[in-house]
Design a protein around this ligand. Structure first.
Ligand code: ATP
Length: 321
């Protein structure tokens, strides 16, 4: 449905997108996840034809956004990070204006506007000036404009940013509702949001795609990255000498080395469960009490941090070279 091929975007000397490629299939909710400045808005602005890429191509249903913008844009509804609202128009005037811009036939405009404003629950404020609306209602107006005409693909840049918790829940419910008949792509820097509503996640950092998969697949990546925290009643040297004999221990972090007892965190290179058992047996054999042992499961958040931090380190390495 959408093919993004080798996108590069330079703002002056700054490389905002660095050879970014991915494919979007029909009928799912895609989450574009990345820290601030990762390049999410830039990518969405290029995908929707708002700005051009330095190089690379975006194909929407086989149509190049650059060469055949009319055909390509027909399938897309876009809510930019800052929706371009006309503050001196009423909600109804604005939506009718957008319907005209979207070339919705005149005889269908009123019905389409009504459909979109009912979906995003805007009917109560349809005759109010946009200027006087709350941030949540302004966002809904932008969203109504994006869904107007009900294009196949709806692209939402940080749709919940700046909203209160109740509005966030409402917008998320709306996104789920939209996803029943549309492909939805949203960007967010909030991991929990993407994890909760998206079927597929693309993690972007420093303009590069650093990971992708379903939230479950990304969680899978965390296996083997679990760690073990333990408290052992002995001194650090003795504990270290026992740990040295155990296979699968990657790194030991000493958290607290008290008199006769130590707290430590062990990173493993194989199944944490197996290493946990080996640790218990090894200390028991030496008659050294382990007073606490606990597996800390790596989360999607750990994976996200690892992927985005390692891309940052790569870049620092490149700069140094
Ligand atoms: N018009 C511009 N001129 C110069 N630099 C820009 C411009 N737009 C974006 N950038 C830079 O490009 C990089 C990517 O920005 P972009 O807005 O795409 O990131 P983002 O992932 O959407 O971040 P955020 O979540 O903060 O909006 C950032 O370093 C940003 O400062």
């Amino acid at each position: 449905m959408i093919e993004v091929q080798h996108l590069t975007k330079k703002y002056g000397k700054h490389l905002a997108l660095d050879d970014l490629s991915f494919t979007i299939e029909k009928g799912q909710i895609y989450g574009f996840l990345g820290p601030n400045g990762a390049g999410k808005s830039t990518t969405m602005n290029i995908m929707t034809g708002y700005i051009s890429a330095t190089s690379g191509e975006v194909l929407i249903d086989g149509h190049s956004i650059l060469d055949e913008p009319e055909k390509a844009k027909k399938s897309i509804g876009y809510l930019p990070e800052i929706p371009p609202l006309y503050l001196d128009m009423t909600v109804m005037e604005y939506l009718k204006f957008v319907a005209e811009l979207k070339k919705i036939p005149k005889d269908k405009r009123s019905a389409e506007v009504r459909k979109a404003s009912t979906l995003v629950k805007l009917n109560d404020v349809s005759n109010r000036l946009i200027r006087n609306l709350s941030k949540g209602y302004k966002q809904r107006t932008g969203l109504a404009a994006a869904v107007l005409g009900f294009p196949d693909i709806i692209i939402l840049d940080e749709p919940t940013v700046g909203l209160d918790p109740k509005q966030i829940i409402e917008i998320r419910q709306l996104i789920r509702k939209l996803a029943k008949d549309h492909t939805v792509i949203l960007s967010s820097h909030i991991l929990a949001e993407v994890q909760e509503i998206c079927d597929y996640v693309l993690i972007i950092s420093k303009g590069k795609l650093v990971g992708s998969g379903t939230p479950e697949e990304l969680e899978e990546l965390s296996h083997g990255k679990d760690s073990i925290e333990l408290t052992v009643k002995s001194d650090a040297d003795t504990i270290q000498s026992v740990l040295d004999r155990i296979d699968g221990i990657q790194n030991v972090t000493w958290r607290n080395q008290g008199a006769g007892s130590c707290d430590l965190l062990v990173d493993t290179s194989k199944s944490a469960q197996e290493v946990c058992e080996d640790i218990s047996i090894a200390f028991a054999t030496e008659r050294i009490p382990v007073t606490r042992i606990n597996i800390l499961k790596a989360t999607l958040e750990d994976i996200f941090l690892e992927l985005t931090e390692s891309s940052q380190k790569d870049e620092e390495g490149e700069t140094k070279r």
